[in-house]
Design a protein around this ligand. Structure first.
Ligand SMILES: [Zn+2]
Length: 492
């Protein structure tokens, strides 16, 4: 007998979308709806009794009848798919896909404590799917379920005390290492992202020295929490990494090449017993994208955005991509390279970049580019250094026209590059993260104008929004570690 998944595969959509079309629980585009209906007819699929009963309870029998009788009810609206299902895994025989399981765990982590019914509602899943995923995890103690004080905004179910899911083991912890061009931060955090120990130092010029400092810092921080178990170390680096996420391939601003970060940082769990703790090395823009995805997952009352590009602008520019709810890192030989837009040319014959090219985007739209935009081409008198980005923002806020013009020009350059990203990738939602966000007030309007004038401006519903001004930093590195942990829980 054909299943919901068979319909989804034939129609080339997620199971959640099929479910929405059948139950009319969310509006879908006409094209999606027609594809699903065609697949249903071709397979002669009959929704199961439980699903029908659920739909009838929710919407009244008339809706199901209407679906049968009318078939193609046109409901044209933008569909934001639940993130987990756009790339269903073929590997699992269970009803809940690996993607769905991972998304459920991510939501529990982001919004814990959270009731099952709320998870099902937000992700557009059946409650039975949620139960199927969480039951074995409750038995194993990975999750726990009890009466909790629910976060604001989560509706209580009728009269009964709320029962909500959380992660069970409070003794596990994660290490994040954020390698910046200027500073490196090492911190320890719980699965929920609460940090409880942090160290920072200037990033040494030589990578051997930097790695030795990081390793010493990890050991010192771990020693402060005896009895707790270190599960994963996440490292964010300012450059692309290899496919295995162990080596940093190249960091242009540090001049480091082929650095095996994972090997240098691998430690035994605190106490020195057991297997080596896994180390995952990730590009900082991708790490920032994961961080922003979690914030939006926590705050979204419905399905979170499943496709967006994150432009991280600090010393350089990096782009992180989230497609179908998962970070996209490239494929084949290019895995780990996706998002290297900082060095695309936006000014022919423009400023010399350290990558060897001229006129790269980050020479015009990164936070550090603001200094040279501010100084202009004039010879600097008295050897005075031009102000740094935060100082330029302070001056602009103080009413200095030159600082305001600088930020406006930077906004325009940023917008030109963002328009290229939107058009080139076909992703309409962009989040800007990093120091640049501090000057958003001045940057936003010229940025929007530049995007609006480009072909990207004709894409309906494009959006550019500010994210974390720190560029996620340590938060992103912890995110990399925690997400790896969840992937391992799902993949057992
Ligand atoms: Zn360059």
């Amino acid at each position: 007998m054909p299943t919901l998944r068979d319909v989804a595969v034939l129609a080339g959509v997620s199971t959640a979308t099929v479910s929405h079309v059948i139950n009319q629980t969310r509006r879908t585009t006409r094209e999606t709806r027609e594809r699903v209906e065609l697949a249903i007819r071709q397979l002669d699929f009959v929704p199961n009794a439980a699903g029908r009963a659920l739909a009838m309870r929710r919407n009244g029998v008339a809706h199901v009848a209407q679906f049968r009788a009318v078939g193609g009810v046109a409901a044209v609206a933008e569909l934001e798919e639940p993130a987990a299902f756009s790339q269903p895994s073929q590997a699992t025989a269970a009803t809940a896909s690996v993607g769905a399981s991972r998304m459920i765990l991510r939501l529990v982590r982001a919004a814990q404590p959270i009731p099952r019914v709320e998870i099902a509602r937000r992700l557009g899943l059946n409650r039975s799917t949620v139960t199927e995923v969480v039951k074995p995890l409750l038995v194993e103690g990975i999750l726990r379920e009890g009466q909790e004080t629910l976060p604001a905004g989560v509706a209580r179910t009728s009269g009964r005390p709320p029962v909500a899911l959380s992660f069970g083991d409070l003794n596990e912890f994660f290490v994040g290492v954020s390698v910046g061009v200027r500073h490196t931060t090492v911190g320890i955090a719980t699965l929920a992202g609460e940090r409880f120990g942090e160290e920072e130092f200037e990033t040494p010029a030589e990578h051997e020295e930097a790695l030795a400092l990081m390793r010493a810092s990890v050991k010192r921080l771990c020693a402060k929490v005896p009895g707790r178990r270190l599960k994963v170390i996440g490292v964010s680096v300012p450059g692309p990494t290899d496919a295995a996420r162990g080596r940093m391939l190249y960091a242009p601003h540090l001049g480091w090449r082929g650095v095996d970060v994972a090997q240098a940082l691998s430690v035994k769990p605190c106490g020195g017993e057991g297997e080596l703790v896994p180390v995952v090395v990730e590009n900082d823009a991708t790490a920032a994208a994961m961080y922003e995805a979690r914030l939006r997952l926590r705050d979204a009352s419905e399905a979170p955005p499943s496709n967006f590009a994150l432009v991280r602008s600090g010393t350089g520019i990096g782009v992180g991509l989230v497609l179908g709810g998962e970070v996209y890192r490239g494929t084949g030989g290019g895995e780990g390279l996706a998002g290297e837009f900082g060095h695309m040319t936006i000014v022919a014959g423009g400023k010399q970049c350290r990558c060897g090219n001229r006129g790269c985007w980050e020479m015009y739209a990164s936070a550090s580019a603001a200094s040279s935009l501010y100084a202009g081409d004039r010879v600097q008198l008295g050897g005075q250094k031009p102000p740094r980005f935060v100082e330029i923002v302070a001056r602009a806020e103080g009413g200095e026209l030159r600082a305001q013009r600088t930020l406006e020009r930077l906004g325009e350059y940023l917008g030109i590059g963002i328009a290229n990203v939107i058009t080139g990738l076909g992703v309409s939602r962009v989040i800007v993260s990093g120091r640049l966000v501090y000057g958003w007030r001045f940057i936003e309007a010229p940025l929007r104008e530049a995007v609006g004038q480009s072909m990207a401006g004709r894409i309906s519903g494009w959006s550019v929004e500010p994210g974390e001004p720190t560029g996620a930093g340590l938060g992103g590195a912890v995110e990399v570690a925690a997400d790896e942990f969840l992937a391992r829980v799902v993949g057992r």
